[in-house]
Design a protein around this ligand. Structure first.
Ligand SMILES: Nc1ncnc2c1ncn2[C@@H]1O[C@H](COP(=O)(O)OP(=O)(O)O)[C@@H](O)[C@H]1O
Ligand SMILES: [Mg+2]
Length: 440
């Protein structure tokens, strides 16, 4: 027999072991650190220039960062900060090496689909790292209480108030107070009932937190995160109660409203890692997103679940449009919700597998130009780097054969390059629309 006390005892034992496991995974300091990048990687893979040209430029200018020589002798190894300094100082064929950055606020992508194992967190992690290596400043938001992305980014001691749940509960209090105030001011208190928020929610003290209190640094100096944690799993349950407290609360716009308050120029790209379900958290993610990336495995069941995901997403968005349009403010985002673009991305793809190739054809027939041409290939490098809660970009290529590492990196590079190209088109449009809006 096992009751809740027994389960708690088991959890206590498991927690004790957690510290030890972390130490094995990260470092003796219990903290994830970012490795240095070799001059081969920096020149050819990150800055996109010839290795000997790169060495020549470094030798010619004593003010450039020089990296460190490691015991292996021949190569210099550069920190991310040094790479970013070099990017600002160097040019390649007369052109600056900084990535294109349309004006205005950061561009938001949600990585979403149903099935656990579709590759959402893997794609989110690798896209964030690829973008940071390109010189972008990145913010990621972990909407999934399984917290895979938070763990991979080195965040392990997170309390639930610091997650998307904290942002939602804070928004509930704020929006309810605002609604109550407007209904009194309009002297129409009778038609708009005053809603009350229980002390149990007010007493959490979320109102005293500043917007930046939800954001934590990661082991990459140019990537920040709003993390999640296992305890945030009750968000779905709590959100249902909150809606009951104030049915007019546009719950799905809480995170969007929050992100609107961040300074436009602090980050360039924002990625949302979504939970494997349509619920309060994922609705907040898709509502705040400018663009969707829908990863899917290449099997029949995954095709099935991707199909039902877009069906249910469509229904949920239609419900919001009917239930809220014209009545309740949703921050700077309009209803009905419109995405600037949607891209489908096949993951864990084996080019030599007939079934996978057939599924790629089927996806292409249905989703046409919305299916990304590049797939993310199945690679042992992901499993291997996963063991250290790392991405392929983070793992030192000397940990595996260079060929395996190179192939894995290439598959993510190509997918990111393609996604980035369509993201830029959408981003430029968004920046233009916002500029004309402002001008009016
Ligand atoms: N390209 C890949 N090659 C090999 N394994 C992969 C690849 N992408 C994902 N995986 C593995 O599949 C599992 C699920 O991936 P994950 O990104 O966590 O999915 P989700 O976030 O959709 O639940 C993980 O164990 C991950 O290591
Ligand atoms: Mg995940």
């Amino acid at each position: 027999m096992v009751d809740h006390d027994d389960l708690r005892a088991l959890q206590a034992r498991s927690l004790k072991m957690q510290g030890w496991i972390r130490q094995q995974t990260f470092s003796p300091e219990n903290e994830k650190t970012l490795r240095r990048f070799s001059s081969w990687e920096v020149s050819e893979l990150i800055l996109g220039m010839n290795q000997s040209t790169f060495r020549g430029r470094l030798a010619a200018d004593p003010t450039f960062p020089t990296g460190k020589v490691e015991p292996d002798g021949r190569q210099r190894w550069f920190s991310l900060e040094e790479v970013n300094t070099l990017r600002r100082k160097l040019k390649s064929r007369g052109k600056p090496l900084m990535p294109e950055r349309p004006k205005g606020r950061a561009f938001r992508s949600a990585i979403a689909n149903f099935k656990g194992g579709a590759g959402k967190s893997t794609v989110a992690l690798h896209f964030a790292h690829a973008a940071a290596l390109q010189g972008y400043r990145v913010l990621v938001v972990d909407f999934d209480p399984q917290a895979t992305l938070s763990h991979s980014m080195g965040l392990t001691d997170v309390s639930e108030e610091q997650t998307v749940w904290g942002i939602m509960a804070r928004d509930l209090v704020h929006e309810t107070d605002r609604m109550n105030a407007t209904s009194v001011a309009a002297e129409s208190g009778a038609s708009l009932p005053q809603r009350s928020i229980p002390d149990s929610i007010r007493d959490l003290g979320l109102q005293t937190l500043r917007i930046h209190d939800f954001i934590r640094p990661t082991n990459w100096s140019t990537i920040d995160i709003i993390p999640s944690c296992a305890n945030a799993a009750f968000v779905e349950f709590a959100s249902a109660q909150y809606r009951h407290l104030n049915p007019e609360w546009s719950f799905f716009a809480a995170v969007s409203r929050y992100l609107d308050q961040l300074p436009d120029d602090e980050w360039d790209l924002i990625f949302f890692d979504c939970p494997p379900a349509i619920g309060y958290q994922s609705m907040n993610a898709v509502f705040a997103a400018d663009m969707l990336c829908i990863p899917s495995g290449p099997g029949y069941w995954e095709y099935d679940s991707t199909t039902s995901f877009i069906g249910q997403l469509s229904e949920a968005l239609e419900d919001l449009a009917h239930g809220f349009t014209g009545t309740f403010p949703t921050g700077n985002m309009d209803l009905p919700k419109v995405f600037r673009d949607v891209r489908f991305l096949l993951t864990r793809f084996e080019p030599g597998n007939d079934l996978h190739r057939a599924m790629y054809q089927a996806f292409g027939k249905v989703f046409e130009d919305k299916l990304m041409e590049n797939t993310i290939e199945m690679t042992r490098a992901v499993e291997q780097s996963n063991r250290f809660l790392s991405s392929v970009y983070e793992i030192d290529y000397r940990e595996m054969t260079r060929e395996t590492w190179r192939r894995a990196r290439t598959t993510f590079d190509r997918a990111w390059e393609e996604y980035h190209a369509s993201l830029l088109v959408a981003w430029r449009e968004m920046a233009e629309t916002n500029e004309t809006r402002k001008a009016r």
